[in-house]
Design a protein around this ligand. Structure first.
Ligand code: GLU
Length: 303
């Protein structure tokens, strides 16, 4: 009962790299249901800063797909491509505190430095930055901006490893300095990095609860460090199970996951609901009736 009194603003934040697929609908539905079950609001933010990966028109298709599934935001949609001023202000704040520095390393140089340090690079992970430019560019040309993770942690006396609680996965921890290193805030190609934009915008939209796919779990500690560095609140986090394709790999637009077939949005919703351990709605139920039923049971379904 107490949970229902909590002020709640949730969100779904798709990157418009293609239409929604079965996996992204699960994250959308989970965030919508969690907001409704808490009597809260639900926002949508189009994360269109990584322009080389964005597909023109995909944002509108995603919004139409959500609407066809009865998932309509309670406030105007935010587009990250219109938010550069806020991102620059956040970067300026970090620079003024001495917590961000320019980096002149190419990817190749980072990998070579890593090899010298004897670090093997694991599949699917960005190389841990060895800190080459932390104390100055040494004549190199500034390309990207990085967060000085060790300095933020030391200055703000943050715990190492950083611990946080996931509502579904339980206690989590990560030594951000060791396991991730000084991550990028603004990329060498001038584009804003996901970690910075997501933190700035979650705060700007007043997001209190984040519900998103489990593939993003590993980013959370970095985002919490940035929230502390920018003096922003840390929302509650919940990462939902991933829908795996037939090959056992995470479904994603990159590995050719099919766009949702919206000739039957209720069927698409039922499949997403199943991934969230929710039962079929009764025969003949409308989309609204199904959503209402799932909202009622959402907080009590064992996962
Ligand atoms: N835009 C990110 C993605 O589609 C999700 C960001 C988030 O939910 O934090 O992968």
């Amino acid at each position: 009962m107490r949970e229902l009194l909590v002020r709640y603003i949730g969100r779904f934040a798709p990157s418009p790299t293609g239409p929604l697929h079965a996996g992204s609908l699960v994250a959308a539905l989970a965030s919508w249901l969690d907001a409704r079950a808490h009597g809260g609001q639900w926002r949508v933010r189009i994360e269109d800063v990584d322009t080389p990966r964005c597909v023109p028109g995909a944002d509108q298709i995603i919004l139409q797909q959500l609407a066809a599934c009865g998932l309509v935001p309670d406030a105007p949609v935010m587009w990250q491509s219109q938010r550069s001023v806020a991102y620059q202000a956040a970067l300026d704040t970090l620079i003024a505190k001495g917590w961000a520095y320019p980096c002149g390393c190419s990817r190749k140089e980072i990998e070579d430095a890593q090899e010298l340090m004897g670090h093997a690079r694991e599949r699917h992970t960005a190389a841990v930055y060895p800190g080459t430019c932390r104390d100055g560019l040494n004549g190199k040309v500034a390309r990207a901006w990085r967060l000085n993770v060790q300095r933020v942690i030391a200055d703000l006396k943050l715990a190492t490893p950083l611990t946080w609680q996931d509502r579904l996965l339980g206690p989590q921890q990560q030594d951000v300095a060791q396991e991730v290193g000084d991550f990028v805030l603004r990329r060498a190609d001038g584009l804003w990095a996901y970690q910075l934009t997501v933190v700035v915008d979650d705060a700007a939209q007043g997001i209190t609860h984040i519900v998103r796919g489990a593939d993003l779990t590993d980013n959370t500690a970095r985002q919490i460090v940035l929230q502390h560095a920018l003096g922003l609140p840390t929302p509650s986090y919940m990462h939902t199970p991933l829908v795996l394709g037939e090959n056992g790999e995470k479904l994603s637009k990159q590995n050719g996951a099919e766009a949702l077939d919206l000739s039957d949005p209720l069927l698409a919703l039922k499949i997403a609901a199943q991934a969230l351990s929710l039962n079929e709605p009764s025969k003949g139920a409308s989309i609204d009736q199904a959503l209402t039923k799932w909202t009622k049971v959402w907080l009590s379904v064992p996962r």
